[in-house]
Design a protein. Structure first.
Length: 214
């Protein structure tokens, strides 16, 4: 993935604008493994899964999925098919299995800065991209997450899996939804996003705002 990304020039000089990409995540994995001498699997287990008690989670470098598995479907190849065991490593340096409850546990730890010192916890959710593209101090990308008002958001989507995670910062409220597409769904659609927004409208006084112009 890094070789593919480096075959093209940067979209803009560093620090002058913002565009979403997985490239930095792939680079970060390589840096962490080189600096620590440990694999991504071991690092995640020792530094995140273990301390947070995430017993149903594991990082891996293949398409292994623990059973029972939620099956995904997609029409990416022109036919509607089961894509559950497609290899996720084509676009990432590995994959990860996790239960819904474990994902919620991670979101709450991210919100509270449980695994970080106070300074790093604050910086991890700081408006570092405010002023770039359409980002503002109320809607911006932090270190790996979209912050919109009081919500910390994520919308992972790959190989037919469509997810959405939402953690309200204060008061703490966690929403985790995963779904898969039907035969008529486009790759850009994400039912989990719509479901999460509807849940938020019931359980929170603050809606989940995903407008790029807000």
């Amino acid at each position: 993935m890094l070789l593919y990304a480096q075959a093209n020039p940067p979209l803009f000089p560093p620090g002058t604008d913002f565009a979403y990409s997985h490239t930095e995540m792939a680079a970060l994995v390589q840096v962490l493994e080189a600096a620590s001498g440990q694999s991504l699997e071991d690092l995640m287990a020792a530094r995140i899964f273990g301390p947070l008690g995430m017993t149903a989670s594991a990082a891996h470098q293949n398409n292994a999925i623990e059973q029972p598995a939620f099956h995904a479907f997609t029409s990416q190849r022109g036919v509607f098919e089961d894509s559950t065991y497609w290899d996720p490593t084509w676009g990432f340096n590995g994959g990860m299995n996790a239960s819904i409850s474990d994902l919620g546990r991670w979101l709450r730890a991210l919100n509270s800065g449980e695994l970080l010192n106070a300074v790093d916890a604050k910086e991890s959710l700081a408006p570092v991209t405010a002023g770039f593209a359409k980002m503002t101090d109320q809607r911006y990308f932090a270190y790996g997450s979209l912050v919109s008002g009081g919500w910390i958001l994520g919308n992972p989507s790959l190989n037919g899996y469509q997810g959405f995670t939402a953690q309200h910062r204060d008061p703490s409220l966690t929403i985790v939804v995963w779904s898969t597409g039907g035969p008529s769904n486009t790759e850009e659609s994400n039912a989990s996003q719509i479901i999460s927004q509807r849940i938020a409208s019931i359980v929170s006084d603050e809606p989940i705002n995903l407008s790029s112009t807000s």
